[in-house]
Design a protein around this ligand. Structure first.
Ligand code: TPP
Ligand code: SF4
Ligand code: SF4
Ligand code: SF4
Length: 858
């Protein structure tokens, strides 16, 4: 008997390729074996020993199942084989360890060192694998380590660990951290709780497991120790040391010596102080304690199920996936969304609470400028305006709202402490009131701000949007009264890209469509199960889809063309109604008005609200009304956006971008320029300037940055803008507004600092970096508006002031992508940096010439 496993799904075929080949081999042969085929590892699922065991058990049946699946619980077409409990293979002497950490907390780095220490200093065979979720920071990591006396051939994750370390206390409730931990295994927890508190707070499920499986449980307050040593939230070395001391997998003395060696290697260049702090971390890793496991815990009842009123989709689909249990969901969970459609707005249920520090608002110093909300990459700080009714039950301080539209109302700037990612940009840009103590925002320890969480809930759930009272397009302050329809994405703390994406969603989100290129923006905008794009009070929000890295512009053009076609159908139906003598006059009037104004966003919204109830009322008697009713979602003018990074736009998707802007169609292309391929770790693109170190430009880029914007202006009918919100928030707002309003193609290119730049001041200064870039002439702000040409004016407007060129070289020195060139190639660096400055001057002078040219209508 033979079972053939294929890692592919060939829908509609008689079987998968390898299975068919094996069957062919035996075709017509006497005594041919029974051959069955199955699929494994689909959707990147791990294939474990227990699954393979079920394949053998199936084969042993009198009539083995053919065309089966392993790794998926298929309760729809019932192809899966029964799931078995995981089994430990590898025999005597194999040690398996699993570590749960928080993205960027150093756990993965420490475990990479640990496995090297074991491999380099013993005769043991070693293996390690590191898994991450899609969050760019503050996400979930798991490290899988194996070592033993025999060669390791396990091609699957550690499912039956001898040792588990949980580096984040909150994970006890979020993830099944004890799953598979072996009988007599060891568990290490980083916790702020004491022995008694642990016995009180640990979930019953965990305590029961400890008692039933005779687990040795250790705990250490690495968070406190790291603070005392001055290592901030870097608990990794302390916990690594605790691992070696508890497990004694190699002699403790040797482990300590080797850890210290790695510390010198990793931090030696950063100075003696950092080295000493990490040495102290190694020494204090011995401060762990053992928890007494009460045998009576073995019979504890299940934990109480905490109920909530969240949608079933969140509880039944999103939460299990977020809890790393997505692989356990049966196929039936996805009935109705087989095409990949996913609900918007799931990110707001995550409430990650991963910030060490969050801003605290001091009302007295606040001038209600809303600059903080404008720049927040995570939409975690927002202004709220309360009417008298809403004010009554509010248990927090407010200010009298400024502005005559808000007569009798109050104002509050509210932080969502559980969604904030601790970047500090809001604090950095806050002007505050110098006469009343300056800044109105201060970073405070997360724990001290927990009382703000219910305040946020009150603001979100009980305070209605007041955006209709102001013109959200008119200025920066007003724009922030618009509800962000892009919130709490998994982008890095301080990311330069997301504040722009959020702003577009505030201005146009209720009628926005997005075609997104692959890149950071596709990852933070839509990684299952997390969707930061969301809906407003009326249930309206952006429709978003990600196509490929290379065809995002064509994909967006397709969306626009489909939309235009469907609107043409509405025009046809309305014209038929107008021509029909039986159509009532009020219908004729409103249809004519819509045809005349269908491309005016505000008017089309107004008219749609009138038309929908009218056609709904008539749809059962009149086919034309029925037809219009079926197309009702196309009545409002859509705002078509095409979003991608510089890699997608300058390089890989450039042919498509050029094709789409040349089409003359009303689409808005938004290029977020990080000057590298950020998502894949910083490869050089045509947007990378001379002198910057990037992957594929390890000795510094040698050729100047492409001027994508200027190239696009040569068409003459494309709206183009270059922006940097940290330098000029009003210019950013104006450019988005003009681009969207322009009835042809628009291209907006935004400067976006990124972790790949290595800002020496940190990502809390990403907005300040944009300001500095414009001030010194590194980046320029301009707009090219063909609508002006139609008025006989020069379409090119230079918004940047004459740069202070003397600051250019200093600007470069503030970013590791430039200073590392200086370190590695000191002789050439100076020369390249000068070329970078000359290029920037050349560009600026070019823009100046265009802005100052005498414009004559041809
Ligand atoms: C054709 C193709 N090549 C390579 C990739 C891998 N890839 C995914 S995202 C990405 C980089 C994206 O860079 P950029 O467009 O600058 O966007 P950013 O991540 O900087 O926002 C690459 C190379 C891909 N998805 N498709
Ligand atoms: S610290 Fe950063 S993430 Fe937090 S509210 Fe301020 S800008 Fe937003
Ligand atoms: S930036 Fe500062 S002053 Fe302006 S609204 Fe925010 S908290 Fe108030
Ligand atoms: S663009 Fe840079 S900072 Fe933003 S999410 Fe990507 S890697 Fe992080």
């Amino acid at each position: 008997r033979i079972a053939v496993l294929d890692r592919t799904k060939e829908a509609g075929s008689n079987g998968e390729p390898l299975y068919l080949d094996v069957k062919d081999t035996f075709y017509g042969k006497e005594n041919a074996p029974i051959i069955v085929g199955g699929r494994y590892g689909l959707s990147s699922k791990d294939t474990t020993p227990a699954q393979i065991l079920s394949v053998f058990e199936n084969l042993a049946l009198p009539e083995p199942k053919n065309h089966f699946t392993i790794g998926i619980v298929d309760d729809v077409t019932f192809t899966s084989l029964p799931v078995k409990e995981e089994i430990a293979l590898g025999g005597e002497g194999l040690y398996e360890a699993k570590f749960y950490g928080l993205g960027a907390d150093g756990t993965v780095g420490a475990n990479k060192n640990s496995i090297k220490i074991i491999g380099d200093n013993t005769n043991k065979y070693c293996q390690a694998y590191f898994a991450y979720d899609s969050k760019k920071s503050g996400g979930f990591t798991s490290s899988h380590l194996r070592f033993g006396d025999n060669p390791i051939r396990s091609t699957y994750l550690v499912n039956t660990p001898n040792f588990v370390a949980c580096h984040v206390q909150a994970y006890l409730k979020m993830y099944d951290v004890i799953r598979g931990l072996r009988q007599n295994g060891t568990f290490l927890l980083n916790t702020v709780w004491t022995d008694e508190e642990l016995a009180k707070h640990l979930p019953n499920k965990i305590k029961r497991y400890f008692a039933q499986k005779n687990i040795s449980v250790y705990y250490v307050n690495a968070t406190q120790i790291a603070l005392e040593i001055g290592l901030g939230n870097r608990t990794n070395t302390i916990l690594q040391s605790a691992f070696f001391q508890i497990t004694q997998v190699i002699p403790v003395g040797l482990a300590i010596e080797q850890m210290k060696k790695f510390i010198v290697k990793s931090y030696g260049k950063k100075g003696e102080d950092i080295v000493n702090k990490n040495y102290a971390a190694v020494d204090r890793g011995g401060e762990y304690k053992q928890l007494t496991v009460d045998p009576a815990w073995a019979t504890l009842p299940d934990d109480e199920i905490v109920t909530n009123s969240d949608p079933a989709f969140i509880n039944n689909v999103v939460r299990p996936i977020n809890a790393q249990d997505g692989d356990l969901l049966p196929v039936s969970t996805f009935k109705g969304i087989e095409d990949g459609t996913w609900s918007q707005g799931t990110a707001k249920y995550e409430k990650r609470g991963v910030a060490a520090f969050v801003p605290e608002w001091t009302p007295d110093s606040c001038i209600q400028c809303n600059k903080c909300a404008f720049v927040c990459p995570h939409a975690a700080i927002r202004p709220f305006v309360l009417n008298a009714e809403e004010q009554k039950d509010a248990s927090f301080s407010t200010l009298k709202a400024i502005g005559k539209q808000f007569e009798g109302m109050t104002f509050r700037m509210q932080v969502s402490v559980l969604d904030c990612l601790d970047c500090g940009n809001c604090v950095d840009v806050c002007p505050g009131n110098p006469k009343k103590g300056g800044k109105a925002l201060t970073m405070k320890a997360f724990e001290t701000q927990l009382a703000e969480a219910p305040h946020w809930e009150y603001c979100i759930n009980k305070i209605s949007s007041k955006q209709h009272l102001v013109d959200i397009n008119s200025n920066v302050k007003n724009s922030q009264f618009a509800t962000p329809l892009f919130e709490f994405s998994g982008a890095c703390s301080g990311c330069g890209e997301t504040p722009y994406v959020k702003l577009i969603s505030q201005l146009f989100g209720d009628r926005q469509m997005v075609s997104n290129a692959t890149g950071c923006s596709s990852i933070y905008s839509g990684s299952v199960p997390s969707t930061p794009y969301t809906k407003n009070e009326k249930g309206q929000g952006p429709a978003w889809a990600n196509s490929l890295f290379e065809d995002f512009c064509e994909y967006g053009l397709g969306m626009q063309l489909a939309n235009e076609k469907l609107r043409e159908r509405i025009v046809k139906l309305m014209n038929e109604a107008i021509a029909n003598a039986q159509t009532p006059a009020d219908y004729k009037e409103v249809f004519s008005e819509w045809i005349a104004n269908k491309n005016d966003a505000a008017k089309s919204k107004e008219l749609a609200e009138k038309i929908i109830p009218m056609v709904e009322a008539a749809k059962d008697k009149c086919d034309i009304s029925k037809g219009i009713y079926e197309l009702k979602q196309y009545l409002v003018k859509r705002s078509q956006w095409i979003i991608g990074g510089d890699g997608a736009s300058y390089d890989i998707g450039y042919g498509g971008l050029d094709h789409v802007i040349a089409s003359g169609k009303d689409v808005n292309i938004f290029v977020i320029d990080t000057e590298v391929y950020s998502n894949t770790g910083g490869q050089s693109s045509k947007a990378t300037p001379v002198g910057a170190i990037a992957k594929f430009a390890a000795s510094g880029k040698r050729i100047r940055k492409k001027d994508l914007g200027l190239m696009a202006t040569t068409y003459g009918y494309v709206y183009v803008a270059q922006i940097a919100m940290g330098a000029d928030q009003a210019q950013t707002l104006k450019a988005f507004r003009e681009a969207e309003a322009y009835p042809g193609p628009s291209l907006v290119i935004a400067y976006a600092p990124c972790i790949n730049h290595g800002l020496k001041a940190g990502m809390g200064k990403s907005q300040a970096e944009e300001e500095a870039a414009v001030k010194c002439g590194y980046w320029h702000l301009w707009r090219y508006n063909p609508a002006l040409e139609a008025e006989g004016k020069n379409p090119f407007i230079l918004d940047s002031k004459e740069p202070e060129w003397s600051g250019f070289q200093n600007f470069l020195k503030g970013e590791v992508r430039y200073t590392s060139l200086l370190k590695q190639y000191p002789a050439e660096a100076g020369e390249l940096f000068q070329v970078a400055e000359d290029n920037a001057k050349w560009r600026y002078n070019n823009y100046k010439r265009l802005a100052n040219q005498i414009w004559e209508r041809s």
